[in-house]
Write a protein that binds this ligand. Structure first.
Ligand SMILES: O=C(O)CCC(=O)C(=O)O
Length: 302
């Protein structure tokens, strides 16, 4: 059966800086943002701060994801079918070259003719498929929170293993002959069936049920995917924290080996330039600080 289309606005505004386009929203987001030192473009632990302005500055956001949820489709088809197998998420599995924080700012439950009980059942089916236990689902439903999106995320140390397993599975299913990359192609949603296969190989991820007001941190290089449950708005911001650097360098290298026509091949982040200028900044403050201090303690010559 064909999956329904997922309507979404991704990485918006695509080319503009939200700071200029929506200054009040940007200000509000900045005030809300946790771990300012790492996440914000001016944060002292964000290497992006140190790239001189004469560079072509990479666009690290904030960017918005505005999308319809799955629940409505799920109920609609469910009227005729007991269970709809999910093959597609709002954002299929991939890794990002930098770290990111993603804040759920709005969740809207669709207005339709379905009863509360039908909606609850559909939500339960969706969460079971997402890997939650009955107890976890009961606790969540009892909390009365509105679910925005279901995330799955795997440890960075398993990225290579997952890539190989997905590639093998693609080959077995004759999905791809091109030899492209099972992660960077971003065309696979890791369903419960694939999760089971991964678990048999010792790879276990985590789920995150993101509700209104929740922020999700995504480490650089960690495979993740998102399924919007209800219609929602998320705002995401990329950053280059010192902890990200080692893995980000590896991803930069991986991207270079994609085919020349691959949409993700370009080194948009320019990580090596960030590293160079951050090192320059650190060294100059280390060299100059003692000289300044010495000068401060010198008696003025009259
Ligand atoms: O919210 C989404 O649909 C995608 C978010 C995401 O995967 C990311 O920011 O890397």
């Amino acid at each position: 059966m064909e999956d329904p289309p997922i309507y979404k606005l991704k990485d918006w505004p695509t080319t503009d800086d939200i700071c200029r386009k929506m200054p009040l929203h940007f200000k509000a987001f900045k005030e809300f943002l946790p771990c300012h030192e790492i996440c914000h473009r001016d944060g002292a632990l964000n290497l992006a701060k140190y790239l001189p302005k004469y560079f072509c500055i990479p666009d690290l956001g904030p960017k918005m994801y505005i999308a319809y949820g799955w629940l409505e489709e799920f109920i609609d088809k469910n009227k005729h079918e007991v269970f709809l197998k999910m093959k597609q998420g709002s954002t299929d599995c991939h890794i990002d070259i930098s770290g990111a924080i993603n804040v759920m700012t709005n969740v809207v439950e669709p207005v339709n003719s379905f009863s509360k009980r039908q909606r609850r059942e559909a939500l339960r089916n969706l969460l079971v498929e997402g890997g939650l236990s009955d107890e976890e689902i009961d606790n969540f439903i009892e909390s009365g929170r509105k679910p925005g999106a279901l995330w799955h995320i795997w440890p960075v140390r398993d990225t290579e293993k997952i890539r190989k397993l997905l590639h093998k599975r693609d080959e077995e299913q004759y999905k791809k002959g091109s030899g492209n990359d099972a992660i960077h192609d971003q065309d696979t949603y890791i369903t419960s069936e694939i999760r089971e296969m991964l678990e048999k190989h010792g790879v276990k991820g985590k789920y995150i049920l993101q509700c209104e007001g929740d922020a999700v941190f995504i480490p650089s290089g960690a495979i993740h995917q998102v399924l919007n449950i209800n219609s929602c708005i998320k705002i995401a911001c990329d950053f280059i924290s010192p902890q990200c650097v080692r893995r980000s360098l590896l991803t930069t290298e991986e991207l270079r080996h994609l085919s020349t026509s691959h949409q993700n091949r370009e080194d948009k982040l320019q990580l090596k330039a960030h590293l160079f200028h951050t090192a320059k900044e650190i060294l100059s403050s280390l060299l100059w600080e003692p000289i300044f201090k010495q000068k401060l303690h010198q008696k003025p010559v009259i």
